[in-house]
Structure formats: C-alpha cells, structure tokens
Design a protein around this ligand. Sequence first.
Ligand code: B12
Length: 211
Amino acid sequence: MITDTIYKNFLNGLLAGDRKACSEITKELINSSISIKELYTGLFQAAMYEIGEMWEYDKITPAVEHLATGITEYCMSLAYPLIFGAAHRDKTAIISCLVNEYHQIGARMVADFFELHGWHGYFLGANTPVKSLLDMIKDRKPDIVALSISLYSNIPALIKVIDEIRSDFPAIRIIAGGLGLKNENGIFTGKYTGVSAVKDLDSLERLLDEY
Ligand code: B12
C-alpha cells in the first residue's frame, strides 16, 4: 500500500534527484506484493503529474523535471521481472507515441500492461515516424495498435495517423489514450469502426478481458 509518507518520500527523492532513495522505495513496494497498476498509477503517475504542476507554475526548473522523468523510467524497469514473468498468449499489440509526441512514460506503462496480461507488447516509444509505424504493423500483424497522445495540439496528427493506418489496414483494432484526449469524449464515435479512446489502465484491463 502506498501511504502518504511513502508517496512524499518518493516525490522528494525525485525532486532531489536521489535515484537510490527512489529505487529503494520502489523495491520495497514490489517486495510488499503491490499490484503493478497501483505502483504505476498511485506512485509513478501521481508523482509525475505533481512534478508537471510544479513545472507549469515555475516552482521547479525543466532540469529538475528531466531528472525526475529519468528516475521514474528507471524505477519502472525495477518491476520488469514481474511484468515479463506472465505466461504469454498469441496476442500482439504495438504501442506508439505520435510524431512530435515526446511523452513516453504513459505509453510505456500501457505496453507493460499488455505484457502483464500475457500479450506481446511492442513499445515503439516517443516521436515515431508514421511510415515506420506502418511498416511495423505490416511486419508484426498486431491484434491491437495503441496510440498515446499527451498534447491536445497533437489531436489532428492523431486523426491523420489513424486515417493512414485505416487506409492500409482496414480491419485492425486501434485504440488511443493519454492526457491529450482527456476532454475528448466520443471523439471517434460514428467516425470509424474498430477505433476507440481508452481512458485509463482500468478501461484497458476491461478491454483486454474481451480477448
Ligand atoms: C515528463 C514530461 C515531459 C517530458 C517527457 C519525457 C518522457 N520521457 O516522457 C518532456 C520534457 C519531453 C516534455 C515536453 C513537453 N511537455 Co510535458 N510533461 C511531462 C509531465 C511532467 C509528465 C508526463 C508523464 O510522464 N506523466 C505520467 C504518465 C504515466 O501519465 P500519462 O502520460 O497521462 O499516461 C497515463 C494515462 O494518460 C494513460 N495513457 C497514456 N497513453 C495512453 C495510450 C493508451 C492507448 C491508453 C489506453 C492509455 C494511455 O495511461 C497512462 C497510465 O495511467 C507532464 C505532466 C502530466 N500531467 O502528465 C507534462 C505535460 C504532459 N507536458 C506538457 C507540455 C505543454 C509540454 C511541452 C509542450 C513543453 C514545452 N513548452 O516544451 C513539451 C512538448 C514536447 C512534445 N512535443 O511532446 C503539458 C501538456 C498539456 C497538454 N495536454 O497539451 C503537461 C500536462 C504539463 C502541464 N501541466 O502543463 N514533457
């Protein structure tokens, strides 16, 4: 369980650039059998959202935010023995950020979540060129393509990439999620079949239960 003290210590560790303290806290939580979903959302995501607010209001510099981001990505990798330990099924997802979308922690969590649920989750990371995404889809033939968008301003790029995927792969299931879609309920309704916005990891879990 993530208590207020654990959360505050982790956040302070991020702000201080104290990788050792943050990794100790993460390891202790993993050893206490916390779920990956709670670790990811209750600790890493909550802390990064708070870091984002501090940065937005000029309370911390971009350098501190970069330091915190690096430490959080490192701490996520400490959970990998649990994530990749799951029995795998013959299901594949490609998870990618859009072009000009450098926020990759959320997408990485989504990729890890697919793995945790027994899927092969190919994580392409930030700023993926559309052509190479299409090549990868052709090559791996995934059951789902998952796109991550953090910036509202990238919504036109999201629509464009969905249209391009649809044009080459008319039947493939596409999901999109992330902060950039926070105020965009029903953005795909009636426009496409097999394309949907998925709000968070709980909704993703429900979707994966259908497979
Ligand atoms: C770290 C960070 C950066 C880093 C990212 C580095 C990296 N390796 O990822 C860097 C420095 C590159 C960066 C740059 C910028 N950033 Co920034 N950044 C952040 C910050 C602080 C944390 C992001 C993060 O890791 N969050 C934690 C993850 C776990 O949360 P998440 O992304 O929301 O993901 C969860 C869900 O949304 C969902 N999800 C996400 N994707 C998907 C996909 C699918 C399919 C599904 C099902 C679910 C899903 O699941 C995840 C797990 O629960 C946020 C603050 C915030 N509130 O997030 C700002 C934030 C996202 N950034 C912001 C801005 C404005 C910028 C810049 C424009 C700043 C600038 N002027 O240069 C640039 C844009 C760069 C670009 N072109 O992408 C704004 C965005 C506002 C908006 N929505 O449009 C935010 C919200 C800060 C703020 N409060 O204003 N940033």
